[in-house]
Every structure is written in C-alpha cells, then in structure tokens.
Write a protein that binds this ligand. Sequence first.
Ligand code: ATP
Ligand code: MG
Length: 392
Amino acid sequence: MHEIILCKLGEVVLKGLNRHSFEMKLMSNIRRRTQRCGKFKIYSRQSTIYVEPAEETCDLDAAYDACKKVFGIIAIARAVPCPKEKEAIFATAKEYLGPALLAARSFKVESKRSDKSFPMGSIQLSQWVGGALHDAFPHLTVDVHNPELTVYLEVREDAAYAHGPAEAAAGGLPIGMGGHAVSLLSGGIDSPVSSYMIAKRGVQLELLHFASPPYTSQQAREKVLQLAQELTVWCGRLTVHIVPFTEIQEEIRRKCPEDHFTLIMRRFMMRLADRLAHELCCKALVTGESLGQVASQTIQALCVSDDVATMPVLRPLIGMDKEEIVRIARHVGTFDTSILPYEDCCTVFTPRHPKTKPNLEEVREYEAALDIDGLCGKALAGRELIRLYPQQ
Ligand code: ATP
Ligand code: MG
C-alpha cells in the first residue's frame, strides 16, 4: 500500500483570482520543506494538495510532520489511493484502517464524491462500504452522531482515497504571499510569538536582534539564535541580523535623563529597524509589544516610538494577556528557550522610574544631544548576518 499525504487548503480557497498564485506558492513551500525527506510528487486538485512519495526511500513520517507546520494548510491526513471501484475502496479501507477499526467500538463512513461520473452517490457509497466493514468487524456499532472512528472516502479525479480523521495543521497563509517585514526579536517570550503570528499571515520575515556586549553575554546571543532556529520549523529558512547596540545605549546613558532612557532606546531600535527594512525592501516592522505590559508599552509611549518609524509597525500581541501569549509560545515551541535566564539589552540600564506618559516634544529635545545619524549608521555597519535552515 503506498501512502500519500493530503493537505487541505485553508483560507487560500477564498482568494478568488489570486488563488492560483497562492496554490503555487504553497506547493513550492511544501516542496522546499519536504526536500530533506526524499523526492515527492506535489500537485493540487480540488482544494487539496497531494504529496506523493516518488521513491521508495521517502521518509513519509518526517514529510507529514513538516507539512503540518506549513502555513496555508488547514488540515492534513495520510491516505491510501485505490481504483475507483467500490470493492477496491472497501478492501483498501479495511486493510489500511484495520488496526483503528479493531480498536474502536463505534464508527461511521463519510464519503465525498467530486468525480460525478462515479456510479454511486456519496450516501450510497458510505452505506455500502459501511455495511461491508460492519460485516468484516462485527464488534463495531454504527454511530452516525458520535462515532469513535470516522472512515473517510473520497472519490476524486485520479483515484479514490481512504483515510482516517484529518489532523489540524498550521492554518494561515503561505509564507511569501503577504510581503516582507522586519521582526524585532529579543530573547523574551513575546517576540518569537509575534514573529510566528505575522509569519502565519503569509509574511516573509527578516529577524533583527540588538546585542549589547559586554552587558549582554554570548549565552544571550545563543539563546536568540536558538529561538530563531525554533521558528524555522514554521517559517522555513530565516536570516537573523544582529546589530551592535552597546554604543547607542552608552551614549543615551551619558547624555539623556534617566527616566527617558528606555523610551529613547526604543526609538533607536525603531529607527534601526526602519532603516534595515528599507534596505531589505521590507514594508513593515513587527514587535512583540502588548498594551500596558511595561512602561514603554503605554499608548503614549508607543506613539513616541512610532514617531520615528516610516512604515507600519505590526504588533500582533497588542491586546493579549501574558497568559495567552505563553499558551501560543508553548504551541510554537519557543517557551522553554525564552525562559532561560539571560539578560537582554532592554534589561541593562533600566531606569528606576521610567516615564509612562512621555511628551514627544520633550523626548525630541533630549535626543538633540545625540548624533542620531552617526550612531545609527555605525550600528548598522557593524551588523552581522546569520542564516538558519530548518533541521531534521
Ligand atoms: P518579554 O517576554 O520579556 O516581554 P519581549 O520580547 O516582549 O520579551 P520587551 O522588553 O517587552 O521584550 O520588548 C518589547 C519588544 O521590543 C519585543 O517584543 C521585541 O519585538 C523588541 N525588542 C526588545 N528587545 C530587543 C532586542 N534586544 N532586539 C530586538 N528586538 C527587541
Ligand atoms: Mg514584552
């Protein structure tokens, strides 16, 4: 029996005239992400993408796990194709789902017939195969409302398919269809989650991290790269841009009032992100800020940092509680790394009494003491670029 993977399309199916390009992008993303599992034939028919092993040595388990995390796929199932004849369909369902049928106490059969030339209607096919399975597994009862196991049959253009319940997959939209953005990645819990959420909407991310050695350690840097590596499971290959931030922080500390330190630092982060985004042809910035979480995340403080950005700043966590964010971080797989106790550049030189209701004019005046262009130019010139790829 040769098993294949069926990937059901999510919102892609709502895309009307753009649908073809969404499907093409999704297939190329699937192709890239299954590459290391062997050669697969990947094609699309009727709101489903088929991932079919093209050689004996294909690792179907690994390909299935990889596809489950490709944005744009809403549900996923392993299935077995067979000829479009009722006896063959029954025999396939019996053999392929035999262990599951033996373990269940109740079942039902659900059929879909998109090939209208198939001589039986879907209800008729369900009844016929259901009856035959009942004869083969007499311990089972039929329960159409609440069965322990549902056997799915699909009669499609090329073949018929039998499979068990589909599993939920990543959802969202194919990466690459939503444009490019720079995502600010710290070592905390929030920013890996905000990166994941925007990537899920089809956006290709460039990750940006500010490091302040010697105030931040090598371990803090490794931690951020580890988080980025964990994001590749969902995002595919990623580039991390590491920008040195020490000199900027020292200059602010030297020349600006302490209660404005964090605000001015955040404005520098925005400026640098904005410049990098222009250079990389990105059209938006992404942060993990959440309203009221800390002093620099009040509405007034966000206005002050947005003031220096020339492009939209996307803040997908803005209305979320920490608890909700933690739940997503666990789902994404970044939580355990995020809670490793290494410092971030935001936690060095933290003011004792940070301003929560800053005045923009006042902030601009304090900043006039700094060589903003020179500092930004120097920081960006010293950046490092690290490319990461999904691993087995
Ligand atoms: P935490 O879970 O600790 O809140 P955080 O990542 O949200 O982590 P904050 O200090 O709240 O940290 O920072 C707000 C946002 O600013 C982050 O979500 C991130 O987008 C950005 N940011 C903070 N520090 C850095 C950094 N060192 N490099 C890049 N971006 C950063
Ligand atoms: Mg935060």
